[in-house]
Design a protein around this ligand. Sequence first.
Ligand SMILES: [Zn+2]
Length: 229
Amino acid sequence: MPLEYTLIRSKRRTVALVVQPDASLLVRAPLRLPERQIREWLESKQDWIAQKQAEARAAQHSAPPPKRFASGEKFAYLGQFYPLEIVERARPALALEDGHFRLARAAQAHGVQVFEKWYRAQAAKVLPERVQAHLPLFALFGYRPSKVRISGARTRWGSCSSSGTLSFTWRLMASPPEVIDYVVLHELAHLRIKNHSKQFWGLVKSLMPDYAKRRAWLKANGEKYAHLE
Ligand SMILES: [Zn+2]
Protein backbone atom coordinates (compact mmCIF):
# COMPACT_ATOMS: atom_id res chain seq x y z
CA MET A 1 0.00 0.00 0.00
CA PRO A 2 1.67 3.30 -1.03
CA LEU A 3 2.02 5.77 1.80
CA GLU A 4 0.75 9.30 1.34
CA TYR A 5 2.87 12.04 2.76
CA THR A 6 3.75 15.69 2.47
CA LEU A 7 7.37 16.23 1.52
CA ILE A 8 9.35 19.26 2.57
CA ARG A 9 12.85 19.51 1.21
CA SER A 10 15.47 21.69 2.76
CA LYS A 11 19.21 21.97 3.31
CA ARG A 12 19.30 19.20 5.85
CA ARG A 13 21.34 16.04 5.98
CA THR A 14 18.89 13.48 7.22
CA VAL A 15 15.30 12.40 6.65
CA ALA A 16 12.80 13.03 9.41
CA LEU A 17 9.26 11.89 9.74
CA VAL A 18 6.43 13.35 11.80
CA VAL A 19 3.04 11.73 12.30
CA GLN A 20 0.83 14.80 12.73
CA PRO A 21 -2.14 15.03 15.11
CA ASP A 22 -4.54 14.31 12.19
CA ALA A 23 -2.49 11.13 11.46
CA SER A 24 -1.06 12.52 8.20
CA LEU A 25 2.63 12.13 7.49
CA LEU A 26 5.11 14.95 7.12
CA VAL A 27 8.52 14.05 5.74
CA ARG A 28 11.49 16.38 5.81
CA ALA A 29 14.29 15.44 3.46
CA PRO A 30 17.56 16.75 2.01
CA LEU A 31 17.24 18.71 -1.24
CA ARG A 32 18.61 16.06 -3.58
CA LEU A 33 17.64 12.78 -2.01
CA PRO A 34 15.75 10.73 -4.66
CA GLU A 35 12.10 10.23 -3.83
CA ARG A 36 12.46 6.47 -4.39
CA GLN A 37 14.90 6.35 -1.49
CA ILE A 38 12.53 8.32 0.68
CA ARG A 39 9.77 5.84 -0.09
CA GLU A 40 11.99 2.89 0.69
CA TRP A 41 12.94 4.47 3.97
CA LEU A 42 9.28 5.04 4.80
CA GLU A 43 8.40 1.47 3.92
CA SER A 44 11.04 0.21 6.32
CA LYS A 45 9.21 2.15 9.04
CA GLN A 46 5.71 1.01 8.18
CA ASP A 47 4.99 -0.77 11.46
CA TRP A 48 6.06 2.22 13.50
CA ILE A 49 4.01 4.55 11.25
CA ALA A 50 0.90 2.40 11.54
CA GLN A 51 1.20 2.39 15.31
CA LYS A 52 1.72 6.15 15.56
CA GLN A 53 -1.19 6.79 13.20
CA ALA A 54 -3.45 4.59 15.29
CA GLU A 55 -2.39 6.50 18.40
CA ALA A 56 -3.04 9.86 16.72
CA ARG A 57 -6.52 8.77 15.60
CA ALA A 58 -7.36 7.44 19.05
CA ALA A 59 -6.21 10.70 20.66
CA GLN A 60 -8.40 12.72 18.30
CA HIS A 61 -11.45 10.70 19.15
CA SER A 62 -10.84 10.68 22.87
CA ALA A 63 -11.00 14.48 23.30
CA PRO A 64 -13.46 14.65 26.18
CA PRO A 65 -16.89 16.24 25.60
CA PRO A 66 -17.72 19.51 27.40
CA LYS A 67 -18.97 19.08 30.95
CA ARG A 68 -22.72 19.28 31.50
CA PHE A 69 -22.47 20.01 35.23
CA ALA A 70 -24.89 17.23 35.97
CA SER A 71 -25.02 15.17 39.15
CA GLY A 72 -22.47 12.36 39.14
CA GLU A 73 -20.11 14.00 36.68
CA LYS A 74 -16.55 13.98 37.99
CA PHE A 75 -14.20 16.91 38.47
CA ALA A 76 -10.57 16.81 39.54
CA TYR A 77 -8.79 18.64 42.32
CA LEU A 78 -5.16 17.93 43.29
CA GLY A 79 -5.14 14.81 41.15
CA GLN A 80 -8.33 13.23 42.53
CA PHE A 81 -11.72 13.07 40.94
CA TYR A 82 -14.82 13.95 42.97
CA PRO A 83 -18.42 13.47 41.83
CA LEU A 84 -20.67 16.47 41.42
CA GLU A 85 -23.80 16.92 43.50
CA ILE A 86 -26.42 19.56 42.73
CA VAL A 87 -27.70 21.13 45.95
CA GLU A 88 -30.62 23.37 46.79
CA ARG A 89 -28.91 26.31 48.40
CA ALA A 90 -27.84 29.74 47.31
CA ARG A 91 -24.31 29.90 48.74
CA PRO A 92 -21.63 28.95 48.29
CA ALA A 93 -22.11 28.44 44.57
CA LEU A 94 -19.54 25.63 44.71
CA ALA A 95 -17.76 23.80 47.51
CA LEU A 96 -15.74 20.61 47.88
CA GLU A 97 -17.29 18.88 50.89
CA ASP A 98 -17.33 15.27 52.12
CA GLY A 99 -15.75 13.97 48.93
CA HIS A 100 -18.21 15.77 46.65
CA PHE A 101 -18.24 18.91 44.61
CA ARG A 102 -21.50 20.55 45.65
CA LEU A 103 -22.87 22.98 43.10
CA ALA A 104 -25.86 25.22 43.82
CA ARG A 105 -28.65 24.52 41.36
CA ALA A 106 -28.87 28.22 40.48
CA ALA A 107 -25.19 28.14 39.44
CA GLN A 108 -25.55 25.06 37.24
CA ALA A 109 -26.05 27.09 34.07
CA HIS A 110 -22.73 28.87 34.72
CA GLY A 111 -20.75 25.78 35.65
CA VAL A 112 -17.64 26.70 33.69
CA GLN A 113 -17.33 30.13 35.31
CA VAL A 114 -18.17 28.85 38.79
CA PHE A 115 -15.57 26.06 38.60
CA GLU A 116 -12.97 28.41 37.15
CA LYS A 117 -13.57 30.87 39.98
CA TRP A 118 -13.24 28.07 42.52
CA TYR A 119 -10.01 26.71 40.97
CA ARG A 120 -8.60 30.25 40.85
CA ALA A 121 -9.35 30.77 44.54
CA GLN A 122 -7.53 27.50 45.40
CA ALA A 123 -4.66 28.42 43.09
CA ALA A 124 -4.27 31.81 44.78
CA LYS A 125 -3.82 30.03 48.13
CA VAL A 126 -1.86 26.93 47.13
CA LEU A 127 0.58 28.18 44.50
CA PRO A 128 2.19 31.04 46.46
CA GLU A 129 2.54 28.55 49.34
CA ARG A 130 4.32 26.03 47.13
CA VAL A 131 6.59 28.76 45.78
CA GLN A 132 7.47 29.68 49.38
CA ALA A 133 8.14 26.03 50.19
CA HIS A 134 10.73 25.70 47.41
CA LEU A 135 12.11 29.21 47.70
CA PRO A 136 14.90 28.64 50.26
CA LEU A 137 16.88 26.65 47.66
CA PHE A 138 16.86 29.67 45.39
CA ALA A 139 16.78 32.58 47.83
CA LEU A 140 20.09 31.32 49.18
CA PHE A 141 21.65 32.42 45.91
CA GLY A 142 19.67 35.62 45.66
CA TYR A 143 16.95 34.40 43.34
CA ARG A 144 13.41 35.29 44.25
CA PRO A 145 10.31 35.91 42.20
CA SER A 146 9.12 39.51 42.10
CA LYS A 147 5.51 38.31 41.98
CA VAL A 148 3.38 35.17 41.70
CA ARG A 149 0.29 35.48 39.54
CA ILE A 150 -2.49 33.15 38.47
CA SER A 151 -3.33 32.99 34.78
CA GLY A 152 -5.95 31.26 32.67
CA ALA A 153 -3.47 29.91 30.13
CA ARG A 154 -4.58 26.75 28.37
CA THR A 155 -1.32 25.47 26.97
CA ARG A 156 1.33 26.83 29.36
CA TRP A 157 1.23 25.51 32.90
CA GLY A 158 3.63 28.12 34.09
CA SER A 159 5.99 30.81 32.93
CA CYS A 160 8.69 33.10 34.24
CA SER A 161 8.99 36.64 32.90
CA SER A 162 12.24 38.56 32.47
CA SER A 163 11.25 40.70 35.45
CA GLY A 164 10.92 37.60 37.62
CA THR A 165 7.13 37.26 37.72
CA LEU A 166 6.07 33.62 37.98
CA SER A 167 2.72 32.81 36.38
CA PHE A 168 0.77 29.61 36.89
CA THR A 169 -2.51 28.68 35.30
CA TRP A 170 -5.41 27.82 37.61
CA ARG A 171 -5.83 24.65 35.48
CA LEU A 172 -2.86 23.24 37.33
CA MET A 173 -5.06 22.78 40.41
CA ALA A 174 -6.60 19.67 38.87
CA SER A 175 -3.17 17.95 38.90
CA PRO A 176 -1.62 16.05 41.83
CA PRO A 177 0.47 17.99 44.37
CA GLU A 178 3.72 16.40 43.21
CA VAL A 179 3.02 17.55 39.66
CA ILE A 180 2.20 21.08 40.84
CA ASP A 181 5.48 21.07 42.75
CA TYR A 182 7.33 20.11 39.58
CA VAL A 183 5.85 23.09 37.68
CA VAL A 184 6.64 25.42 40.61
CA LEU A 185 10.22 24.19 40.76
CA HIS A 186 10.56 24.42 36.98
CA GLU A 187 9.54 28.08 36.97
CA LEU A 188 11.71 28.90 39.99
CA ALA A 189 14.64 27.31 38.16
CA HIS A 190 13.99 29.75 35.31
CA LEU A 191 14.87 32.60 37.67
CA ARG A 192 18.39 31.22 37.43
CA ILE A 193 18.44 29.85 33.88
CA LYS A 194 15.97 31.37 31.42
CA ASN A 195 16.18 28.75 28.67
CA HIS A 196 15.64 25.00 28.46
CA SER A 197 19.31 24.18 28.02
CA LYS A 198 21.07 21.09 29.34
CA GLN A 199 22.15 23.13 32.36
CA PHE A 200 18.54 24.03 33.06
CA TRP A 201 17.36 20.42 33.06
CA GLY A 202 20.43 19.47 35.08
CA LEU A 203 19.45 22.03 37.72
CA VAL A 204 15.85 20.77 37.81
CA LYS A 205 17.04 17.18 38.10
CA SER A 206 19.49 17.98 40.89
CA LEU A 207 16.64 19.52 42.91
CA MET A 208 13.97 17.00 41.92
CA PRO A 209 15.52 13.72 40.76
CA ASP A 210 12.18 12.24 39.61
CA TYR A 211 10.99 15.34 37.73
CA ALA A 212 10.72 13.45 34.41
CA LYS A 213 7.97 11.22 35.78
CA ARG A 214 5.98 14.21 37.01
CA ARG A 215 6.50 16.05 33.75
CA ALA A 216 5.32 13.02 31.77
CA TRP A 217 2.19 12.78 33.93
CA LEU A 218 1.37 16.43 33.21
CA LYS A 219 1.84 15.96 29.50
CA ALA A 220 -0.34 12.85 29.40
CA ASN A 221 -3.08 13.90 31.84
CA GLY A 222 -2.92 17.58 32.73
CA GLU A 223 -5.42 18.84 30.17
CA LYS A 224 -7.79 15.93 30.66
CA TYR A 225 -7.92 16.51 34.43
CA ALA A 226 -8.51 20.25 34.08
CA HIS A 227 -11.05 19.85 31.30
CA LEU A 228 -14.28 21.86 31.71
CA GLU A 229 -15.52 22.83 28.26
ZN1 LIG B 1 10.35 26.22 31.14
